[in-house]
Design a protein around this ligand. Structure first.
Ligand code: UD1
Ligand code: CA
Length: 434
């Protein structure tokens, strides 16, 4: 049966107290909305439609760049979740058999759960609600069952009695419908409630009156965590990190302290690598096999191949590639550079816009002076070189293979291969006054 996925994302998200729209707030360095779209895509739906507000229109282009096939639908006024879904119906009417409703602020939902939900429609059900049983059910809508454990209705927190609030079977907001039935009854929902909103949850009672069957599925509470304020954002992030840790552990990566490591949504790590406490993986980091990433290392936009040792206290910035068996030590910053096999930069260096050849050793305090105040210039260091401590390499510069440069040198001109340069020795003079 063909499927349309509708992501409701027109809400104002006022409680985040932010200049940024709610769904663009990031979890694992990736907007919440994009997490959901990525999960939805894996269901192979015929369409994914995002309901946005008029005010968010300016962001359409940005989202389309990432997901060109998405359809957008503008909800003119935020009159409630039923109104949001209703405003999208022209995009799925006549086209699909099933409609899955997701929320833009609930990014942790798992593909396997959505698949289970979809399968529920194979039975006699006309719709299925995804529910959860949190320890503290907070302000979620409550799903009311009858004595035969069949769904009667959903009662919103604002409308619930004290007794009804004791029920901890909660509505996650995620629902799936037989499209035909949804379209038939959605317009019967009224805004006759304390918030004067059109609640999508009211459809359950309408279905019941018309002998339509509503089923429910219970999933892990963590998957349904929604973001309303910054505290929720932190909770969702914490849970996302937990999921990532589990994923890496199961793939054969050792993590020494799961609480102090931070992963991005796209972090990749190979088998037998060891991640020490306090390591930050920014966006676009790929680590190979058997790599040690030691404490207080900060990585972004970097490929690290196999058998390397990085840190402690290393910072590797975007567009860098660290090849096999490289050693990068403490207080070393690498930017936009390639460090070839077996090279060593063990301490206190800045290497930017550079290539460092195989087997080369860069001594402590070496700086590639890549910026002349106007341009960023390149440094190329050949194979098997030895760069003595505290050397300034003034770019643009090229140093040939096997060159040896003595400590404290300031190199302004290209160095040919196999040349040995040693710096100015100190001049010792007698002080005439004595
Ligand atoms: C909703 C559910 C509640 C459930 C909870 C789970 C309703 C009436 N209530 O409540 O039962 O327990 O989610 O988190 O559905 N949106 C629009 N247009 C609107 C209003 C909302 O697009 O006019 C979008 C929001 O951007 C958001 C989603 O719909 O992504 C849910 O809206 P929100 O106001 O957060 O609903 P809750 O009060 O949390
Ligand atoms: Ca919400």
């Amino acid at each position: 049966m063909s499927l349309a996925v509708i992501i409701l994302a027109a809400g104002k998200g006022k409680r985040l107290n932010s200049e940024k729209y709610k769904v663009f707030h990031e979890i694992g360095n990736f907007p919440m909305l994009y997490h959901i779209v990525n999960t939805a895509k894996q269901l192979n739906p015929k369409r994914i439609i995002i309901v946005i507000s008029e005010a968010m229109k300016g962001h359409e282009k940005e989202i389309k760049k990432k997901f060109p096939d998405l359809k957008f639908c503008i909800q003119k006024r935020q009159l409630g979740t039923a109104n949001a879904l209703d405003s999208a119906k022209t995009y799925f009417k006549n086209e699909v058999k099933k409609v899955l409703v997701l929320y833009g602020d609930t990014p942790l939902i798992k593909l396997a759960t959505l698949r289970k939900l979809e399968n529920k429609l194979k039975n006699k059900s006309d719709m299925c609600i995804l529910t959860m049983k949190p320890k503290d059910p907070k302000q979620y809508g409550r799903v009311v069952l009858n004595t035969k454990k069949k769904v009667e209705k959903i009662i919103e927190f604002t409308e619930a009695s004290t007794d009804e609030k004791k029920n901890n079977l909660c509505n996650s907001g995620i629902m799936i419908f037989k499209s035909f039935e949804l379209l038939k009854y959605i317009n019967q929902i009224s805004n006759n409630n304390s918030k004067k909103e059109y609640f999508l949850t009211d459809i359950v009672e309408i279905f019941k009156k018309n002998k339509k069957v509503t089923d429910y599925l219970v999933c892990e509470y963590e998957e349904t965590l929604g973001v309303n304020d910054r505290d929720d954002l932190l909770k969702v992030e914490t849970n996302f990190q937990k999921v990532k840790v589990k994923e890496f552990l199961s793939r054969g990566i050792t993590i020494l302290d799961k609480k102090s490591v931070y992963f991005s949504y796209d972090t990749k790590i190979g088998k037998d690598s060891v991640i020490y406490p306090n390591v930050y993986f920014g966006k676009e980091v790929e680590v190979g096999k058997n790599v040690k990433i030691k404490s207080f290392t900060h990585l972004e936009g970097t490929i690290i191949k196999n058998n390397c040792e990085i840190g402690p206290f290393a910072r590797i910035r975007p567009d860098s590639t660290i090849y096999d068996s490289v050693r990068i030590g403490n207080f070393v910053e690498i930017k936009k550079s390639k460090i070839k096999n077996n090279a060593k930069i063990p301490h206190l260096s800045y290497v930017g816009d550079s290539t460092v050849g195989c087997e080369t050793n860069i001594g402590a305090g070496t700086i590639t002076c890549n910026y002349d105040g106007v341009r960023k210039n390149k440094t190329k260091i050949g194979k098997n070189c030895f760069i003595g401590s505290n050397t300034s390499l003034i770019a643009p510069l090229s140093i040939g293979d096997n060159a040896i440069i003595g400590a404290g040198s300031v190199i302004k001109k290209n160095v040919s291969k196999s040349v040995i340069i040693y710096g100015k020795p100190k001049i010792i003079r007698k002080n005439k006054k004595n």
